[in-house]
Design a protein around this ligand. Structure first.
Ligand code: A3P
Length: 290
């Protein structure tokens, strides 16, 4: 079912807005029937929180630093989205241990995920920067409607009238999922601050015993500049009608705290109060102040 929401025409799926095109009834059914293996690793993100960064880091960690996949396979085939139609076309080419990404909230994961031992790396990004990144993404992605003013878009975002729903619902669903040692929470901010240490955390979590040299080689390859220069990772192979990097590049700024250049004091107060209220009573706290 396609419905008109205030910031674009989306596919409505179990109450969530999904971008049409990449998401079809078949792809969503394929995701539900997907047979998760114990060795699978999922990079889970709310959109604009570091998804393509996971598509770069995970294959390198899993392969012990072999650069071939990130130099020869485009990111969306290398670590496909669970929910997108591309998965059906590339699934047979994935080698075990497989890495996938998803923007799904926990309740949308396929039944086989629950009964498996597959691991999750959940990347959490400060929602103020998620909003800013998303604002620019809505300008460059043809499948999303123009976001309007920053003020208007902030209300749409806080209301959850955006693809994959409310940021707070996404975080709550995974924080409350009780996956024990199957899930690692990492922040975009710690990755920006110390990428080698973050890669070490990820590789330890995945029980890869990587040397310092390999960790540094991976970190170098996964820097903002390296990814921006890598055609297999910077979305330059994506048709311009779909994403127009002249309007705003996919790898836009890659920093923590760009919200300071966008929020005025009223917007900040409003944003904080809505998010704080929605997380009231939850038994987890956010790793940064809002
Ligand atoms: P900005 O728009 O703030 O620059 P996603 O992949 O989930 O859509 O997230 C995109 C955001 O992650 C963009 O944020 C992008 O620049 C940032 N990003 C991707 N790779 C990065 C890297 N290697 N270092 C820092 N930021 C990165």
């Amino acid at each position: 079912e396609e419905i008109k929401a205030s910031c674009g025409t989306f596919r409505s799926y179990r109450g969530l807005f999904l971008p049409p095109g990449a998401h079809t009834a078949e792809s969503l059914e394929f995701a539900q029937n997907f047979s998760v293996e114990d060795s699978d690793v999922f990079g889970v993100t709310y959109p604009k929180s570091g998804t393509i960064w996971m598509q770069e880091i995970l294959p390198l960690v899993l392969s012990g630093g072999d650069l071939t996949p990130v130099q020869t396979v485009v990111n969306w085939d290398r670590v496909p989205w669970l929910e997108e139609k591309r998965l059906a076309q590339v699934v047979d080419k994935l080698v075990s241990p497989r890495a996938l990404v998803t923007h799904f909230q926990y309740s949308f994961m396929p039944p086989s995920f629950r009964t498996s031992k597959a691991k999750v790396i959940y990347v959490l990004r400060n929602p103020k920067d998620v909003l800013v990144s998303s604002y620019y993404f809505h300008q460059m992605a043809a499948f999303l409607e123009d976001p309007g003013t920053f003020d208007e878009f902030m209300e749409i975002f806080l209301d959850g009238r955006v693809v994959f729903g409310k940021w707070t619902d996404h975080v709550k669903s995974w924080k409350n999922a009780e996956l024990g040692d199957r899930i690692l929470f990492i922040t975009y901010e710690e990755m920006v601050q110390d990428l080698p240490a973050s890669i070490r955390r990820i590789s330890d979590f995945l029980r890869r015993n990587l040397s310092e040299d390999v960790i540094h080689k991976i970190a170098e390859n996964c820097s903002f500049q390296s990814m921006k220069a890598n055609a297999m990772s910077n979305f330059s192979l994506c048709p311009k009608e779909y994403m127009d990097s002249d309007k705003s590049p996919f790898l836009r700024k890659g920093i923590a705290g760009d919200w300071k250049n966008h929020f005025n004091s009223e917007q900040l107060a409003r944003f904080k109060s809505v998010i704080t209220k929605e997380l009231e009573g939850e038994n987890f706290s956010l790793p940064w102040s809002l």
